[in-house]
Design a binder for this molecule. Sequence first.
Ligand code: PMP
Length: 384
Amino acid sequence: MIYWDHAASTPPYDEVIQTMAEVMKKHYGNPSSIHRMGEDAAKLIKRAREVCAGALNVKPAEIILTSGATEGNNMAIKGTAMQYGGRGKHIISTQIEHPSVYDSCLDLEKQGYEITFLPVDAKGMIDPADVASAVRKDTILVSVMHVNNETGAIQPLADIGRVLKNANPLTVFHIDGVQGFGKLPVDLEEWQADLYTLSAHKIRGPKGTGVLYKREGLTLHPLLSGGKQESGLRAGTENIPGFVAMSKAMRMAAEQTEAFMKEVGAYRDSLLDWIRKTPSLEPNSFEEGAPHIVNVSFPGMKAEVLLHTLEEHGMLVSTKSACSSKTTEPSRVLLAMGRSEDAASSAIRISMGMTNTHQDVKQLLTALDAAVSRLQPLRQEGMK
Ligand code: PMP
């Protein structure tokens, strides 16, 4: 079997697995305990925080260690709304956000906040001019993702940050960086980001860990009440093995970004070439997108059928994103790009990593050729 679902989760580095085991075995003290083992554990967290901060080029005090990006996104959006709701109740996000952002906004809508979900063009891109015209005096938050998890579309964050801060310097700018970190250059200063979410299991770190960057000086209302961990922003005993292992994965991902773009970007180009030469397919990803995600529709065929046919050929791909694959509705992201219901229901996502090889890509193309030829007659049957 060859794994093509790296946007859903990634194989942890050996070093990550070893670190988790080692820390669990030796450093099981509670960092809030004031004896030696507690202090040891607290030191490990301090060091992990420094390494995470280094990978993002920010200060350690700006790092909040979380259970992953779902928590980070909820904390960023609801925490901002709860903190700054007195100043205004308008929030801007987009039609293509991950459910952890999109549904957080919908939750707030039910509580009286007004949400503007910006549209995207046929390539899945936000127009910064739309941000500029949507921002108002009472806009407390703008939340835009770096890279879309279904299509790989990269958003123009520097332009969005600039028009936003020109229009209303008090508006908090949150970026869901999950699919961009380690895959593309990240510059939180240039983007003028106030909040930035990461998840470790997308960069070969452990599941159940993540980072929320919070610019110094910005205040968030905590979602969890209890202890004073994470400067009072996230009560609960820390996941020390996870955080130490995550910090290693973040360091390695940051160091390997250029290599990732080159190696994995070449795989993407081969796939996009093949899609262009196959008339029955419609691409939903483009050369200017992220190096690791290729989304393609096979109109007239349910995505699940194509997925399982590829699985019979030893290729593991996904439909939509892992978080929404259990729903039967067509992809919200592809519909927002103006795709038909048919195209949006027949899309598969192939997402790649550095553990894949050129040989894997060759095998994938052979399997795709075979699957498309085999399903072609059924598809025509269905389209009659
Ligand atoms: N945002 C994006 C863009 C994602 O791809 C994901 C993972 N599917 C998340 C947020 C949620 O991350 P986690 O699995 O760490 O909760």
